[in-house]
Design a protein around this ligand. Structure first.
Ligand code: AP5
Length: 215
């Protein structure tokens, strides 16, 4: 059973690598960013609240995010293993995760993988990122372009750019990562479940390393 957390700065490749892992290992991806973006698109109360923070590159309050993950991990499709992508991002979130896994679900994390990418590369990656709003597949205009410009290979839908992938907002998100999220490497290092992976190699090379860790 694989119950893993993906750490890494915005744009490190967590979503890209998760697409491969879920295919090969038959587990689900729980992305708090995707859940929040869906809520924004649906215009729900959660979406209205989250949008204010996301547009500013800030973190959504811990109690809101913890409640979302707690409900999501109880669903049936998570019982065969999961990737937490984008959660936890603060020490209180990590402590709440430990507590909910132990007390509510009687399981523990098996792997925490931190993808390491320098800030300079992140801006290039995120300003060139495109996503399919229909099927969710991610692309990069230079490193992983679709066959037809701005059109999804899988479902022929016009690709979109995320609202928070503007250079100014990316810089704010990177600051938040260095101020609040990077501490989680120490937190999980002390639990001896952290592995770091060089995220600057090609997506296939990065995936090979991750597959070796998970196999
Ligand atoms: P979230 O959606 O989680 O964004 P993020 O962590 O900033 O990560 P990204 O999705 O931007 O990047 P990624 O690592 O998945 O990279 P990707 O694979 O796409 O969060 C968004 C917002 O929601 C937050 O700012 C916050 O407001 C809120 N939020 C979410 N979770 C929260 C929480 N727990 N607490 C509070 N608030 C929360 O790759 C990026 C690009 O690079 C792509 O174009 C890809 O094709 C390309 N690429 C990938 N790998 C490579 C490679 N090896 N070489 C070259 N290019 C590559």
């Amino acid at each position: 059973m694989i119950n893993m957390v993906f750490l890494g700065p915005p744009g490190a490749g967590k979503g890209t690598q998760s697409e491969q892992i879920i295919k090969d290992f038959g587990i689900v991806q729980v992305s708090t960013g995707d859940i929040l973006r869906k809520a924004v698109k649906d215009g729900s109360e959660l979406g209205k609240l989250a949008k204010q923070y996301m547009d500013e590159g800030k973190l959504v309050p811990d109690d809101v995010i913890i409640g979302i993950v707690k409900d999501r991990l109880k669903e049936n499709d998570c019982q065969n293993g999961f990737i937490l992508d984008g959660f936890p991002r603060t020490i209180p979130q990590a402590e709440a995760l430990d507590k909910m896994l132990k007390e509510d679900l009687n399981i523990s994390l098996t792997h925490v993988i931190s993808l390491e990418v320098d800030d300079g590369k992140i801006i290039e990656r995120l300003t060139g990122r495109r996503t399919c709003p229909q099927c969710g597949r991610g692309y990069h205009i230079s490193f992983d372009p679709p066959q037809k410009q701005e059109i999804c290979d899988e479902c022929n839908t016009q690709l979109i750019q995320r609202d928070d992938d503007k250079e100014e907002t990316i810089k704010k998100r990177l600051n938040v990562y260095h101020e609040q999220t990077v501490q989680l490497k120490d937190y999980y290092g002390k639990q001896s479940i952290l592995t770091t992976v060089d995220g600057e190699k090609t997506p296939d090379e990065v995936y090979k390393n991750i597959k070796d860790i998970l196999s």
